[in-house]
Design a protein around this ligand. Structure first.
Ligand code: SAH
Length: 419
């Protein structure tokens, strides 16, 4: 979501005559686009702002946009007195106001809905992967999560707006479309004629665009997986056989306390449905360890669930208490050392399975999408349909390539282009 927001902000600044620079000392305007999901991300923002302040030109304006801006509000100005703007995730289209008068302080952390999508100019050139949001905000109210506070209630965008943006992204270079939403599979929009569109309709319409070769979406809420969407995985070949469906915990007791609205057996039944429809599908997940009240036994159930599903790539986090959330004030917080021990154990398991899956790809052939040169600049990175990075040697990288995997380790694959 932040990558998307960043591109739209860049397009807006370009329209005001700015060009991008990586050199802070050269910049006239510097903004940090921020994430507030875990405390660590928030803390990093202020140390980064401190560094920017020292490195920037004296009259350069600087500020924060995104969820930390929304979380901090005017506090940010108290922490850094010369900060110029603090704009929440739904207000960054107001940035031009400060460009016309850099002496003012601009604070806007309102949750205005979908206004920003209309106000911002379209991107002029798309990366090969275009991220297209289908909704803002979230209504799920998981007790650990700050997102409903920072991004507000869930609002689905109009189907026609999403399709116009998707077609434009394809016209200006996108080959893969990744639909975004905090609760992306809950997308639901009813137009003025009473016709209702779901995510499956967005995907079907996108698959008709010739130049779009791959479609995916993130992140999904397990019980919003409706049959129309699951069945589409059986018929729509452009949908990648790879799905992020966060389980968070393997214990029904903890899921209840997290206010996740499914049990482990319901979650597993959804996975089975996917596997029946699309046998080559692989799943990734998000996990939180050390949620308040998590016992050794609860944690073992998470290990068990992780082993059972065999996720090929996951994100795992230590629970981080966040302001404006119910879990932050639960009494039975877990000590940091136990959280760390559990995270190491879970990561070992997840990494081993990831390595195993990568090794199982040797000698297989995949249609892959170009990502860019590797660090040396001599080799090139592609992404397989399972989003594994695959390194190849070629003088002439094409956008899509058929690649046979020759070797693998935990973090990447190596392959040779056969077409
Ligand atoms: N709707 C998104 C939520 C974005 S946050 C989603 O389903 O992915 C991404 C992940 O961060 C969440 O899935 C969760 O695993 C993790 N997360 C969110 N709040 C957290 C917290 N307070 N502490 C630790 N991890 C958290």
């Amino acid at each position: 979501m932040n990558v998307y927001d960043g591109l739209r902000i860049t397009a807006m600044l370009e329209r005001h005559g700015y060009v991008h620079t990586d050199d802070i000392a050269d910049a006239d305007i510097i903004l940090l686009n921020t994430c507030a999901v875990r405390a660590k991300a928030t803390e990093k923002v202020y140390s980064a702002l401190g560094r920017i302040r020292l490195a920037k030109k004296k009259d350069a304006i600087y500020g924060i946009v995104g969820c930390v801006a929304r979380e901090s509000g005017s506090d940010a100005f108290r922490k850094l007195k010369d900060l110029n703007f603090v704009l929440g995730p739904q207000s960054y289209h107001k940035l031009p106001e400060i460009l016309s008068d850099p002496n003012t302080k601009l604070l806007d952390i309102n949750l205005g809905g979908l206004e920003k999508f209309d106000e911002l100019p379209p991107i002029t050139k798309s990366p090969l992967v275009a991220y297209i949001p289908v909704q803002e905000g979230c209504n799920h109210c998981c007790t650990y999560c700050i997102v409903p506070y920072t991004r507000g209630p869930e609002i689905s965008r109009a189907f026609n707006d999403i399709m116009a943006e998707t077609m434009h992204a394809a016209e200006v270079g996108a080959i893969e479309i990744c639909f975004l939403g905090q609760n992306v599979n809950g997308y639901k929009f009813t137009d003025k004629n009473g016709k209702t569109y779901r995510l499956s309709d967005v995907i079907k319409a996108t698959a008709k665009i010739d130049s779009v070769k791959r479609i995916r979406f993130t992140s999904s809420y397990p019980t919003e997986m409706t049959d129309d969407l699951i069945e589409l995985f059986g018929t729509e070949k452009k949908l990648l056989p790879f799905l992020n469906m966060p389980i968070q915990s393997g214990s029904d007791n903890i899921l209840k306390r997290m206010h996740r609205q499914y049990s482990i057996s319901e979650y597993m039944a959804i996975i089975d449905k996917f596997k029946n429809i699309r046998p080559d599908i692989q799943i990734s997940s998000d996990f939180i360890v050390g949620f308040p009240g998590e016992s050794d036994d609860d944690f073992e159930q998470t290990m068990h669930a992780a082993k059972h599903v065999g996720y090929i790539n996951s994100f795992s986090f230590k629970y981080s208490p966040r302001p404006h959330t119910a879990a932050a004030i639960m009494p039975d917080q877990i000590p940091e050392n136990i959280k760390s021990e559990r995270l190491i154990k879970l990561d070992d398991l997840l990494n081993e399975r990831q390595r195993e899956f990568n090794l199982s790809c040797i000698d297989k052939t995949f249609e892959c999408l170009y990502e860019g040169p590797d660090k040396t600049g001599k080799k090139h990175i592609y992404r397989t349909p399972y989003m594994q990075p695959c390194i190849v040697t070629t003088d002439n990288p094409t956008n899509m390539a058929t690649i046979t995997i020759t070797s693998a380790n935990k973090s990447c694959l190596h392959g040779k282009i056969i077409d």
